[in-house]
Design a protein around this ligand. Structure first.
Ligand SMILES: Nc1ncnc2c1ncn2[C@@H]1O[C@H](COP(=O)(O)OS(=O)(=O)O)[C@@H](OP(=O)(O)O)[C@H]1O
Ligand SMILES: Nc1ncnc2c1ncn2[C@@H]1O[C@H](COP(=O)(O)OP(=O)(O)O)[C@@H](O)[C@H]1O
Length: 169
């Protein structure tokens, strides 16, 4: 059964890194990365609650099209609102696997892979998730990976164990 692995978590928690590594293990797989999509299909949207909900809706719908086209889908998106994730779960059904990429804000901020936290702290970016915009933690995700405690390979193995229905490379 094809699946949609939805990686949600703070900026810098490890979503994109995990998505790229997971792709090496899963057949017929396409990555929908929130950051990348914001340069194309989502370039009309900003970071208000309303816009983030629309981002999540679009990613869910695009993911559904890709699933219908017989692909496995990996989503890497902050998707900070529970309502977004719950709606996608309703849209997709059992093929939706929610992965909480858990990492303390302090560690994400220390990693700061794109220098965005520094800009947010300096007031140059407004509504930054975890700073002055909320992140609603998943209540009952299918998988939790703690990227500050476990290696990339350990986190990938844990995700693959919970998504065993997919064909592997
Ligand atoms: N204000 C603010 N808050 C959070 N993130 C910001 C912001 N401004 C720019 N960025 C960059 O946008 C990426 C998140 O895009 P998403 O579409 O995944 O976000 S969301 O689901 O709509 O919340 C996110 O990518 P990741 O760092 O990979 O998570 C950031 O690079
Ligand atoms: N276990 C882990 N899983 C994923 N990333 C990790 C892990 N440990 C350390 N990292 C590092 O954390 C950073 C996460 O950045 P990135 O994948 O761009 O996050 P996000 O896409 O959530 O913004 C990378 O530099 C990555 O190498």
């Amino acid at each position: 059964m094809n699946q949609m692995i939805w990686l949600t978590g703070l900026s810098g928690s490890g979503k994109s890194t995990l998505a790229e590594e997971l792709k090496n293990h899963i057949e017929n797989c396409y990555i929908l990365d929130g950051d990348t999509l914001r340069r194309g299909i989502n370039q009309d949207l900003q970071f208000s609650e309303e816009d983030r909900l629309e981002v999540g809706r679009r990613i869910g719908e695009i993911g559904k099209i890709l699933l219908d086209a017989n692909l496995n889908v990996i989503v890497a998106s902050i998707s900070p609102y529970r309502s977004t994730r719950d709606k996608v779960r309703s849209l997709i059904g059992d093929s939706y696997k929610e992965v909480y990429v858990q990492c303390p804000l302090e560690v994400c901020e220390e990693r700061d892979p794109k220098g965005l936290y520094k800009q947010a702290r300096a007031g140059q970016i407004k509504h930054f998730t975890g700073i002055d915009s909320p992140y609603e933690e998943p209540i009952c995700p299918d998988v939790i990976v703690e990227t500050d405690k476990f290696s990339l390979d350990e986190c990938v193995s844990k995700i693959l164990q919970h998504t065993s229905a997919m064909r592997r490379k």
